[in-house]
Design a protein around this ligand. Structure first.
Ligand code: C2E
Ligand code: MG
Ligand code: MG
Ligand code: MG
Length: 283
Protein backbone atom coordinates (compact mmCIF):
# COMPACT_ATOMS: atom_id res chain seq x y z
CA UNK A 1 0.00 0.00 0.00
CA UNK A 2 2.87 2.28 0.80
CA UNK A 3 4.24 1.55 -2.65
CA UNK A 4 0.95 2.45 -4.25
CA UNK A 5 0.72 5.62 -2.30
CA UNK A 6 4.27 6.47 -3.28
CA UNK A 7 3.50 5.92 -6.89
CA UNK A 8 0.37 8.04 -6.69
CA UNK A 9 2.46 10.80 -5.22
CA UNK A 10 5.03 10.53 -7.94
CA UNK A 11 2.30 10.58 -10.55
CA UNK A 12 0.79 13.58 -8.83
CA UNK A 13 4.01 15.53 -9.09
CA UNK A 14 5.17 14.23 -12.41
CA UNK A 15 3.19 16.30 -14.90
CA UNK A 16 4.10 19.62 -13.33
CA UNK A 17 7.77 18.73 -12.95
CA UNK A 18 7.91 17.26 -16.42
CA UNK A 19 6.37 20.38 -17.90
CA UNK A 20 8.78 22.61 -16.04
CA UNK A 21 11.75 20.51 -17.03
CA UNK A 22 10.86 20.40 -20.68
CA UNK A 23 10.10 24.11 -20.65
CA UNK A 24 13.58 24.82 -19.28
CA UNK A 25 15.16 22.48 -21.80
CA UNK A 26 13.26 24.13 -24.60
CA UNK A 27 14.33 27.57 -23.39
CA UNK A 28 17.92 26.48 -23.06
CA UNK A 29 17.97 25.18 -26.60
CA UNK A 30 16.33 28.33 -27.88
CA UNK A 31 18.88 30.41 -25.99
CA UNK A 32 21.73 28.49 -27.60
CA UNK A 33 20.32 29.45 -30.97
CA UNK A 34 19.69 33.04 -29.89
CA UNK A 35 23.31 34.03 -30.30
CA UNK A 36 23.72 32.82 -33.87
CA UNK A 37 20.24 33.98 -34.85
CA UNK A 38 20.81 37.50 -33.66
CA UNK A 39 18.07 37.55 -31.01
CA UNK A 40 20.28 38.98 -28.28
CA UNK A 41 20.89 42.63 -27.72
CA UNK A 42 22.28 45.00 -25.16
CA UNK A 43 20.41 47.63 -23.19
CA UNK A 44 22.38 50.40 -21.56
CA UNK A 45 21.32 52.24 -18.44
CA UNK A 46 23.24 55.46 -17.76
CA UNK A 47 24.97 56.03 -14.44
CA UNK A 48 25.24 59.58 -13.15
CA UNK A 49 27.34 61.54 -10.72
CA UNK A 50 26.02 63.95 -8.10
CA UNK A 51 25.75 66.68 -10.73
CA UNK A 52 23.75 64.31 -12.92
CA UNK A 53 26.45 64.04 -15.55
CA UNK A 54 26.61 60.66 -17.28
CA UNK A 55 29.80 58.96 -16.16
CA UNK A 56 29.08 55.52 -17.53
CA UNK A 57 26.41 52.90 -18.07
CA UNK A 58 25.49 49.39 -17.07
CA UNK A 59 25.15 46.89 -19.91
CA UNK A 60 22.15 44.59 -19.52
CA UNK A 61 21.43 41.62 -21.71
CA UNK A 62 18.15 41.38 -23.62
CA UNK A 63 16.63 38.41 -25.39
CA UNK A 64 13.75 38.49 -27.83
CA UNK A 65 12.45 34.98 -28.34
CA UNK A 66 10.89 34.54 -31.81
CA UNK A 67 7.58 33.29 -30.33
CA UNK A 68 7.55 34.25 -26.64
CA UNK A 69 8.82 37.79 -27.21
CA UNK A 70 11.03 39.49 -24.63
CA UNK A 71 12.19 37.14 -21.88
CA UNK A 72 13.29 38.71 -18.61
CA UNK A 73 17.02 38.41 -17.86
CA UNK A 74 16.06 37.22 -14.39
CA UNK A 75 14.68 34.14 -16.18
CA UNK A 76 17.09 33.50 -19.06
CA UNK A 77 20.29 34.33 -17.18
CA UNK A 78 19.33 31.73 -14.56
CA UNK A 79 18.84 29.16 -17.32
CA UNK A 80 22.13 30.08 -18.97
CA UNK A 81 23.91 29.82 -15.61
CA UNK A 82 23.09 26.12 -15.40
CA UNK A 83 25.70 25.42 -18.04
CA UNK A 84 28.64 27.09 -19.74
CA UNK A 85 26.15 28.80 -22.00
CA UNK A 86 26.46 31.78 -19.65
CA UNK A 87 30.15 32.00 -20.58
CA UNK A 88 29.28 32.19 -24.25
CA UNK A 89 26.63 34.84 -23.70
CA UNK A 90 28.83 37.00 -21.52
CA UNK A 91 31.80 36.61 -23.86
CA UNK A 92 29.60 38.02 -26.61
CA UNK A 93 28.51 40.81 -24.25
CA UNK A 94 32.09 41.70 -23.31
CA UNK A 95 33.09 41.86 -26.96
CA UNK A 96 30.22 44.22 -27.76
CA UNK A 97 30.96 46.42 -24.76
CA UNK A 98 34.66 46.72 -25.60
CA UNK A 99 33.73 47.55 -29.17
CA UNK A 100 31.46 50.35 -27.94
CA UNK A 101 34.18 51.67 -25.62
CA UNK A 102 36.64 51.68 -28.50
CA UNK A 103 34.12 53.57 -30.61
CA UNK A 104 33.40 56.29 -28.03
CA UNK A 105 36.19 58.50 -26.66
CA UNK A 106 36.83 58.32 -22.94
CA UNK A 107 35.59 61.91 -22.54
CA UNK A 108 32.22 60.90 -23.99
CA UNK A 109 31.91 57.55 -22.24
CA UNK A 110 34.36 57.10 -19.36
CA UNK A 111 33.27 53.57 -18.48
CA UNK A 112 30.91 50.63 -18.93
CA UNK A 113 29.77 48.13 -16.31
CA UNK A 114 29.22 44.50 -17.26
CA UNK A 115 27.56 41.82 -15.13
CA UNK A 116 29.61 38.66 -14.80
CA UNK A 117 28.16 35.46 -13.44
CA UNK A 118 30.07 33.58 -10.72
CA UNK A 119 30.28 30.61 -13.06
CA UNK A 120 32.10 32.69 -15.67
CA UNK A 121 34.22 34.50 -13.07
CA UNK A 122 35.38 31.13 -11.69
CA UNK A 123 36.44 29.75 -15.08
CA UNK A 124 40.20 29.21 -15.36
CA UNK A 125 40.43 31.25 -18.57
CA UNK A 126 38.39 34.24 -17.47
CA UNK A 127 41.25 36.67 -16.88
CA UNK A 128 42.94 35.62 -20.14
CA UNK A 129 39.66 36.15 -22.00
CA UNK A 130 39.32 39.65 -20.58
CA UNK A 131 42.93 40.45 -21.43
CA UNK A 132 42.33 39.28 -24.96
CA UNK A 133 39.08 41.16 -25.56
CA UNK A 134 40.34 44.48 -24.15
CA UNK A 135 43.56 44.06 -26.14
CA UNK A 136 41.81 43.23 -29.41
CA UNK A 137 39.67 46.35 -29.18
CA UNK A 138 42.57 48.40 -27.92
CA UNK A 139 40.72 49.79 -24.92
CA UNK A 140 42.05 50.69 -21.50
CA UNK A 141 40.85 47.87 -19.19
CA UNK A 142 40.27 50.52 -16.50
CA UNK A 143 37.19 51.63 -18.48
CA UNK A 144 35.58 48.28 -17.80
CA UNK A 145 33.78 47.77 -14.50
CA UNK A 146 33.11 44.10 -13.76
CA UNK A 147 29.98 43.66 -11.63
CA UNK A 148 30.06 40.61 -9.39
CA UNK A 149 27.55 39.47 -6.79
CA UNK A 150 28.20 38.22 -3.29
CA UNK A 151 27.87 34.65 -4.62
CA UNK A 152 31.52 34.83 -5.77
CA UNK A 153 32.32 33.92 -2.18
CA UNK A 154 30.51 30.62 -2.49
CA UNK A 155 33.81 28.71 -2.78
CA UNK A 156 35.31 30.67 0.06
CA UNK A 157 36.57 34.16 0.57
CA UNK A 158 40.21 33.42 -0.23
CA UNK A 159 39.48 31.99 -3.68
CA UNK A 160 37.35 34.99 -4.54
CA UNK A 161 39.98 37.44 -3.35
CA UNK A 162 42.70 35.76 -5.41
CA UNK A 163 40.60 35.83 -8.57
CA UNK A 164 39.69 39.44 -7.94
CA UNK A 165 43.35 40.37 -7.49
CA UNK A 166 44.19 38.79 -10.85
CA UNK A 167 41.54 41.00 -12.44
CA UNK A 168 42.88 44.05 -10.67
CA UNK A 169 46.33 43.32 -12.09
CA UNK A 170 44.83 43.50 -15.56
CA UNK A 171 43.51 46.91 -14.61
CA UNK A 172 39.75 46.37 -14.74
CA UNK A 173 37.57 47.84 -12.00
CA UNK A 174 35.46 45.69 -9.71
CA UNK A 175 31.99 46.32 -8.33
CA UNK A 176 29.93 44.29 -5.89
CA UNK A 177 26.37 44.22 -7.23
CA UNK A 178 23.05 43.89 -5.37
CA UNK A 179 24.84 44.55 -2.12
CA UNK A 180 22.84 43.54 0.92
CA UNK A 181 20.82 40.75 -0.69
CA UNK A 182 23.45 38.00 -0.47
CA UNK A 183 24.84 36.04 2.40
CA UNK A 184 27.97 38.07 2.96
CA UNK A 185 28.38 40.52 5.77
CA UNK A 186 29.82 43.98 6.06
CA UNK A 187 32.90 42.38 7.61
CA UNK A 188 33.90 40.82 4.27
CA UNK A 189 34.03 44.17 2.57
CA UNK A 190 37.40 45.16 3.90
CA UNK A 191 39.03 41.98 2.50
CA UNK A 192 37.75 42.41 -1.05
CA UNK A 193 39.69 44.54 -3.59
CA UNK A 194 36.62 46.53 -4.63
CA UNK A 195 36.31 49.84 -6.44
CA UNK A 196 32.57 50.08 -6.13
CA UNK A 197 29.59 48.86 -4.20
CA UNK A 198 26.09 48.84 -5.63
CA UNK A 199 23.35 49.10 -3.04
CA UNK A 200 20.51 46.86 -4.11
CA UNK A 201 17.41 48.64 -5.25
CA UNK A 202 15.23 46.82 -2.70
CA UNK A 203 16.84 49.02 -0.03
CA UNK A 204 16.69 52.18 -2.10
CA UNK A 205 13.02 51.78 -2.98
CA UNK A 206 11.96 51.67 0.68
CA UNK A 207 14.15 54.53 1.88
CA UNK A 208 11.20 56.78 2.68
CA UNK A 209 8.93 54.16 4.23
CA UNK A 210 11.20 51.68 5.98
CA UNK A 211 13.39 52.94 8.79
CA UNK A 212 15.43 49.74 8.79
CA UNK A 213 16.29 50.05 5.11
CA UNK A 214 17.22 53.69 5.62
CA UNK A 215 19.51 52.67 8.48
CA UNK A 216 21.12 49.94 6.36
CA UNK A 217 21.76 52.36 3.50
CA UNK A 218 23.23 54.92 5.88
CA UNK A 219 25.54 52.31 7.45
CA UNK A 220 26.69 50.98 4.07
CA UNK A 221 27.48 54.49 2.85
CA UNK A 222 29.44 55.36 5.97
CA UNK A 223 31.38 52.11 5.84
CA UNK A 224 32.17 52.36 2.11
CA UNK A 225 33.37 55.92 2.61
CA UNK A 226 35.63 54.71 5.38
CA UNK A 227 37.05 51.97 3.12
CA UNK A 228 37.43 54.31 0.14
CA UNK A 229 34.92 52.45 -2.03
CA UNK A 230 32.49 54.33 -4.28
CA UNK A 231 28.81 53.56 -3.89
CA UNK A 232 26.24 53.42 -6.67
CA UNK A 233 22.61 53.56 -5.60
CA UNK A 234 20.56 51.29 -7.86
CA UNK A 235 16.89 51.81 -8.66
CA UNK A 236 16.59 55.47 -7.71
CA UNK A 237 13.05 56.36 -8.72
CA UNK A 238 12.31 59.68 -7.04
CA UNK A 239 13.89 62.90 -5.80
CA UNK A 240 13.34 62.06 -2.13
CA UNK A 241 15.51 58.95 -2.51
CA UNK A 242 18.16 60.89 -4.43
CA UNK A 243 18.27 63.60 -1.76
CA UNK A 244 18.46 61.15 1.11
CA UNK A 245 21.38 59.42 -0.61
CA UNK A 246 23.16 62.67 -1.55
CA UNK A 247 22.89 63.91 2.04
CA UNK A 248 24.67 60.77 3.22
CA UNK A 249 27.53 60.97 0.77
CA UNK A 250 26.33 58.78 -2.11
CA UNK A 251 27.80 60.18 -5.31
CA UNK A 252 26.73 57.78 -8.03
CA UNK A 253 23.21 57.02 -9.20
CA UNK A 254 21.34 54.72 -11.51
CA UNK A 255 17.58 54.48 -11.83
CA UNK A 256 14.35 55.22 -13.62
CA UNK A 257 14.35 58.74 -12.15
CA UNK A 258 17.11 59.52 -14.65
CA UNK A 259 16.96 56.91 -17.39
CA UNK A 260 15.56 53.48 -18.11
CA UNK A 261 17.81 51.00 -19.89
CA UNK A 262 17.89 51.94 -23.60
CA UNK A 263 19.18 50.63 -26.90
CA UNK A 264 22.82 51.18 -27.85
CA UNK A 265 21.67 53.54 -30.62
CA UNK A 266 19.58 55.65 -28.24
CA UNK A 267 22.45 55.74 -25.76
CA UNK A 268 24.95 56.90 -28.38
CA UNK A 269 22.49 59.57 -29.46
CA UNK A 270 22.10 60.71 -25.87
CA UNK A 271 25.85 60.96 -25.42
CA UNK A 272 26.59 62.63 -28.73
CA UNK A 273 23.76 65.05 -28.09
CA UNK A 274 25.22 66.16 -24.77
CA UNK A 275 28.68 66.28 -26.34
CA UNK A 276 27.44 68.75 -28.96
CA UNK A 277 25.81 70.87 -26.24
CA UNK A 278 29.06 71.04 -24.28
CA UNK A 279 30.96 72.12 -27.36
CA UNK A 280 28.44 74.85 -28.11
CA UNK A 281 28.55 75.98 -24.47
CA UNK A 282 32.32 76.16 -24.42
CA UNK A 283 32.74 77.75 -27.82
P1 C2E B 1 21.28 44.11 -12.00
O1 C2E B 1 22.64 43.82 -12.47
O2 C2E B 1 21.10 44.45 -10.57
O3 C2E B 1 20.74 45.30 -12.94
C1 C2E B 1 19.87 46.31 -12.52
C2 C2E B 1 18.44 45.94 -12.81
O4 C2E B 1 17.59 46.90 -12.19
C3 C2E B 1 18.08 45.97 -14.30
O5 C2E B 1 17.08 45.00 -14.53
C4 C2E B 1 17.49 47.38 -14.44
O6 C2E B 1 16.64 47.51 -15.54
C5 C2E B 1 16.74 47.50 -13.14
N1 C2E B 1 16.53 48.88 -12.73
C6 C2E B 1 17.37 49.92 -12.84
N2 C2E B 1 16.84 51.05 -12.34
C7 C2E B 1 15.61 50.73 -11.89
C8 C2E B 1 14.56 51.48 -11.24
O7 C2E B 1 14.67 52.68 -10.97
N3 C2E B 1 13.45 50.78 -10.92
C9 C2E B 1 13.30 49.45 -11.19
N4 C2E B 1 12.17 48.87 -10.83
N5 C2E B 1 14.27 48.72 -11.79
C10 C2E B 1 15.42 49.35 -12.13
P2 C2E B 1 17.13 43.96 -15.75
O8 C2E B 1 17.69 44.62 -16.97
O9 C2E B 1 15.79 43.32 -15.84
O10 C2E B 1 18.18 42.89 -15.30
C11 C2E B 1 17.93 42.08 -14.19
C12 C2E B 1 19.15 41.32 -13.76
O11 C2E B 1 19.56 40.40 -14.76
C13 C2E B 1 20.37 42.21 -13.54
O12 C2E B 1 20.28 42.88 -12.30
C14 C2E B 1 21.46 41.15 -13.57
O13 C2E B 1 21.53 40.50 -12.33
C15 C2E B 1 20.92 40.18 -14.61
N6 C2E B 1 21.65 40.40 -15.89
C16 C2E B 1 21.37 41.16 -16.96
N7 C2E B 1 22.31 41.03 -17.92
C17 C2E B 1 23.24 40.17 -17.43
C18 C2E B 1 24.48 39.61 -17.93
O14 C2E B 1 24.96 39.94 -19.03
N8 C2E B 1 25.13 38.72 -17.12
C19 C2E B 1 24.64 38.38 -15.88
N9 C2E B 1 25.34 37.48 -15.14
N10 C2E B 1 23.52 38.89 -15.38
C20 C2E B 1 22.82 39.77 -16.15
MG1 MG C 1 24.39 44.78 -12.27
MG1 MG D 1 22.15 45.19 -9.14
MG1 MG E 1 20.01 42.13 -9.71
Amino acid sequence: QAKLKGRAQICGYEPAMQTQLSWRLEMEQALRRALSEDQLSIALQPQLDEQERIIGAEALMRWKHPRHGSVSPEVFIAIAEESDLIVELETWMLDRCCKLLAHLPVAVLPRLSVNISVRHFSQPGFVEGLTWVTGTHGIDPARLMVELTESIMIDGLQDAVERMRALKRLGVKLALDDFGTGFSSLAYLKSLPLDELKIDRSFVSNLDTDGNDAAIVETVLAMAQHLGIDVVAEGVENRAQQEYLLARGCRLFQGYLFYQPMSVEAFEELLTGSEVETEVGEG
